[in-house]
Design a binder for this molecule. Structure first.
Ligand SMILES: Cc1ncc(COP(=O)(O)O)c(C=O)c1O
Length: 413
């Protein structure tokens, strides 16, 4: 294996619901859901059934032929998006195999629209934001201005510009006549669970309209009901809706699949041969995703997500009182939540794992909570008990007192 990841000791071989088991049969409660992927939990029986049935019927034909499921999934994604009050212009979908690929398609589509609008080729610039994460392929990486990811592979693609998330005053200079597209996560996942303000997204949309750029929402991590609505931007007025919406992760609940939803303004600029994929849109993945999208758009599931957020937040508040110097902020919405720590969260991650709870980090010293959406309140209670114990062994008990001069610099662990 090319050493692209450092992995801790457990080797997982089995999963069910919100639990994983390692090869020594130790059980772990999973607050990570494979990085916001297993929204319906591990080895969901309905998915297993579909995999078996479709696996015995038809797995792959390539995009040179029709199959019943690529169109059905595309239609469902558009219908459910419209029903949810999100992206009111959604009209077509391109199905691929991952989040990076969904964004790669979005970037290419934005460039194509730019070319069609301005034949000189000058309208090719793409704008993205600091602390964003859009993927590892050269296009999506060029939109991910993290030096750690970009530097080893420089130079990036030409024409990418980066702005500050939520800085409305900078938009006018950042997005100009040469901008063909702006890509943004309505909630940044990897970057630290940072939520874009409604005003910022409205201002971006307005500026995109002024200069004729397409607006791309990357909802690969925050979408598909993780915030309690189908898309994180569902609650925004249509004046803040995107031209392109990308999704992946929970779309396959672990089966690799992604999708790029576009409106007619974009779709009419794309012609046969402009883009393609061998595996994308295969009947197995599309039938699975069709069932998953139907289930994740259920309003009872979405209400459950909001109730579970309340349970998490109740515990976070208690932990904040117990570790006032360590926990500085709680961020996020629904079941994409972040606890900002003042120091390194990795010892907590290790101590929690050793006690049977999986949590991950993001941004700068942030603990990230992206559990399966089907997690029960009892499981949240169980996980939070383990987290508290892990924190209490890593950080000293702290008394909530006003810091006196000089104390601010003190380390908690
Ligand atoms: C917001 C966002 N966009 C894109 C990606 C890339 O997706 P993938 O790893 O499936 O290529 C990720 C993955 O973490 C993500 O969180």
């Amino acid at each position: 294996m090319v050493p692209t990841y450092v992995r801790p000791p457990p080797m997982f071989h089995k999963g069910e619901g919100c639990y994983l088991w390692d090869v020594e049969n130790r059980k772990y409660l999973d607050f990570t859901a494979g990085i916001a992927v297993n929204a319906l939990g591990h080895c969901d029986p309905e998915m297993t059934k579909i995999m078996y049935q479709q696996g015995a019927t038809l797995v792959h034909t390539s995009n040179l032929y029709h199959n019943p499921w690529t169109g059905a999934l595309s239609k469902l994604l558009v219908e459910k998006t419209l029903e949810a009050g999100a992206m009111h212009t959604a009209s077509k979908a391109f199905i691929c195999n991952s989040g990076s690929e969904a964004n790669e398609a979005a970037i290419k589509f934005a460039r194509k629209v730019g070319k069609m609008v301005d034949e000189s080729g000058a309208k090719h610039e793409l704008v993205s934001f600091h602390n964003s994460f859009h993927g590892r392929t050269m296009g999506s990486l060029s939109a991910t201005p993290n030096p750690k990811y970009q530097k080893p592979f420089a130079p990036m693609l030409p024409g990418f510009k980066y702005g500050t998330y939520n800085d409305i005053s900078a938009i006018e200079d950042l997005v100009g006549p040469n901008t063909c597209g702006v890509i943004i996560e309505p909630i940044q996942g990897e970057g630290g669970v940072n939520v874009a303000s409604d005003e910022f997204l409205l201002a971006l949309r307005k500026r995109c309209d002024e200069v004729g750029a397409v607006l791309i929402y990357d909802e690969i991590q925050c979408g598909l009901s993780r915030t309690g609505t189908l898309w994180a931007h569902s609650s925004l007025p249509k004046e803040a809706h995107p031209d392109i919406l990308t999704t992946a992760k929970a779309l396959g609940n672990g089966f690799p699949i992604g999708a790029t939803l576009v409106n007619e303004h974009v779709a009419t600029k794309i012609v046969t041969g402009d883009h393609g994929t061998t595996f994308g849109g295969n009947p197995l993945g599309c039938r699975l995703a069709h069932s998953i999208v139907s289930r994740l758009s259920d309003q009872r599931l979405q209400q459950g997500v909001l109730q579970k957020e309340t349970v998490f937040r109740k515990h976070f508040e208690r932990l904040r009182k117990r570790f006032p110097k360590t926990i500085t902020e709680v961020r996020g919405r629904g079941l994409i939540l972040g606890l900002q720590l003042s120091g390194d969260p990795n010892p907590v991650v290790t101590a929690a794992r050793e006690r049977g709870l999986l949590v991950i980090t993001c941004g700068t010293n942030t603990l990230r909570f992206v559990p399966p959406l089907v997690i029960s309140e009892e499981e949240i209670e169980e996980g939070m008990r383990i987290l508290e114990e892990a924190m209490s062994v890593v950080f000293k008990e702290q008394t909530p007192v006003e810091p006196t001069k000089g104390q601010e610099e003190m380390q908690d662990s």
